[in-house]
Design a protein around this ligand. Structure first.
Ligand code: G3P
Ligand code: CA
Length: 251
């Protein structure tokens, strides 16, 4: 019976590669995104912030310390300076020479090739980032209603409200941490006025929550799943997909 469930999950669950195939390649790099495509993921997920000179770039942390050979806050780096950093060696020698990608580079390479889940990361630090991201998506012709290629999400729900106004045809999602475990029906209804996805920490997922989110016409992709047993459990609770470091997990 276990086997049948996993095969079903592979067919029905949406497989989202968290920061790319980040179990196998340095997170948020072209190498990690290329690997996601090769592994058959449905989406790549990545984090967008901005350089000192206002260019949207793909990196998770507020500083470059953990994922490059440099130091300091991202917003003290111009794009030029940022591009001189190595974003691959920290993970393994074979990825030396990877750089922090710009949003534009990722959309050029992967737009239309794989669906994309964009996270606006710390948008409160980067006023105007919603407009910059919206313009980039328009330039790449990725904003049509039925293309189903792009979702924008954030823990900052005000930022998602603003982005949804700029891009009404693009599905948007609210990311929620465990402190939303007791989310009320009223709060879910409020989210549903601008969000199409309710993406929670996996720890707070129950069958009842999935049902209430679906009742409010939202889809649920919990984060971040690293084990097959957990993927299987979440499948049984009725989630629509999983955000995972390992796109092979649904196989
Ligand atoms: O996509 C959800 C997940 O990425 C949120 O957490 O910290 O990995 O960006 P984090
Ligand atoms: Ca993220």
């Amino acid at each position: 019976a276990e086997e049948t469930i996993i095969v079903d999950a592979q067919e029905n669950m949406i497989n989202i590669a968290h920061r790319g195939a980040s179990a196998y390649a340095p997170e948020n790099t072209m190498a990690a995104f290329t690997m996601s495509v090769e592994m058959g993921a449905d989406y790549i997920e990545f984090d967008v912030q901005m350089t000192k000179d206002g260019i949207p770039v793909v990196i998770h942390d507020l500083t470059v310390d953990r994922t490059t050979n440099g130091y300091g806050s991202l917003n003290t780096y111009t794009l030029d300076k940022l591009k001189s950093l190595d974003a691959g060696s920290w993970f393994s020698k074979e990825f030396a020479g990877e750089t922090i990608p710009t949003l534009d580079e990722v959309l050029t390479e992967f737009g239309g090739k794989i669906s994309i889940l964009i996270e606006l990361k710390f948008p409160e630090v980067y006023p105007g980032i919603e407009v910059k991201v919206a313009n980039a998506l328009k330039e790449h012709n990725l904003v049509s209603a039925n293309s189903n290629q792009i979702i924008i999400q954030s823990f900052n729900h005000e930022s998602i409200k603003l982005s949804k106004e700029l891009l009404p045809d693009i599905p948007h999602g609210v990311l929620v941490r465990n402190d939303w475990k007791g989310v009320s029906d009223r709060q879910l209804e409020e989210f549903a006025t601008y969000a199409d996805y309710f993406n929670p920490n996996f720890n707070m997922v129950t069958a009842e929550l999935v049902e209430r989110v679906h009742f409010n016409n939202m889809t649920m992709f919990p984060y971040t799943i690293k084990k097959q047993s957990l993927a299987s459990k979440l499948y049984n609770l009725g989630v629509d997909g999983i955000i995972t470091d390992d796109p092979d997990i649904l196989k």
